[in-house]
Design a protein around this ligand. Structure first.
Ligand code: ATR
Length: 269
């Protein structure tokens, strides 16, 4: 019987997940469909019940439901427990199992660029996205992670939780040449014309500079990093790999990520 999957969110029409998963279902000849479903916050519980009744095999969750879905699920993987947030649900025949593939998706996207796990990493930001990435870096075996944030207290809290070190924005700017990997997780750069979260004046040429934002494809931060001869990476990789991990959970197949990164980049370009 045909299986069905979905992504739920509010808003949802902009989501590229249906395109990505349907392309992979086609590519691997899997008899399944993937639907975008608009779910308002007040309708989350009812919508989940309806999807269960209709035999959904799995789904993704985007804003604003990533946390509010948690109490509705039977079981959580470690990634979701650490974050108290879920972006992927997989029906294992008995339970609706919640996981969070965002952080691991990001880490896979940098590992695909042959990053050394012993590199000195600077994580910029201390919100939800930064937390997912800090936890995933630790799980993957990165040993030297420094966190900086506009609100220093939040950097300190995240560093304490994940075994990293916190530095102020000014200190991070002064010591920038020490880092081999920079990861930009704040919302600075989403709106056009915004300033950079930190100055890149002292960045070393050849540093891997990653931004989790993928729309725009090139943030002012990445533009500046390119001018400084850094290797730049936008958020398309993270988006595709978080989806690839979900797809693997649902089908057992590791989908072609490189081709998908190209297709999504073309769509957003
Ligand atoms: P998300 O879940 O997307 O990470 P969040 O939890 O609201 O969202 O975190 C947003 C991050 O962007 C935080 O690190 C925030 O810094 P503060 O902790 O100081 O608020 C950062 N951020 C947002 N706007 C910023 C700005 N204009 N300049 C610098 N940092 C900013």
């Amino acid at each position: 019987m045909k299986k069905w999957y979905a992504v739920i969110g509010d808003p949802i029409s902009h989501s590229l997940s249906p395109f990505m998963h349907e392309s992979w279902f086609d590519e691997y000849d899997i008899d399944a469909a993937y639907l975008p479903i608009h779910v308002e916050p007040s309708q989350l519980e009812k919508s989940f019940e309806a999807m269960k009744t209709l035999g959904i095999s799995g789904f993704n969750i985007t804003l604003p439901h990533k946390q509010s879905i948690v109490p509705l699920l039977g079981k959580l993987e470690e990634s979701a427990m650490q974050m108290n947030a879920v972006n992927t649900v997989n029906f294992d025949g008995t339970h609706y199992l919640g996981s969070n593939t965002d952080g691991d998706g990001f880490v896979r996207s940098i590992l695909a660029h042959s990053v050394d796990k012993a590199s000195k990493v600077l994580l910029i930001g201390a919100g939800g996205a930064a937390r997912g990435i800090a936890c995933a870096l630790k799980r993957a075996g990165f040993t030297d992670v420094t966190i900086t944030n506009r609100t220093f207290r939040r950097a300190e809290e995240l560093a304490a939780e994940t075994g990293g070190t916190a530095v102020t924005l000014i200190e991070s700017e002064e010591r920038l040449a020490e880092f081999g990997v920079l990861i930009q997780t704040t919302s600075v750069g989403l709106a056009t014309g915004e300033a950079l979260p930190i100055s890149l004046e002292r960045v070393k040429a050849g540093t891997l500079v990653a931004d989790i934002i993928y729309n725009p494809l090139e943030t002012p931060f990445l533009k500046k990093a390119e001018e400084k001869n850094c290797i730049t990476l936008n958020g398309v990789g993270m988006f595709v790999y978080q989806g690839a991990i979900a797809f693997e959970k649902w089908t057992g197949i590791q989908p072609n990520t490189e081709k998908m990164i190209q297709l999504i980049t073309e769509k957003l370009g």
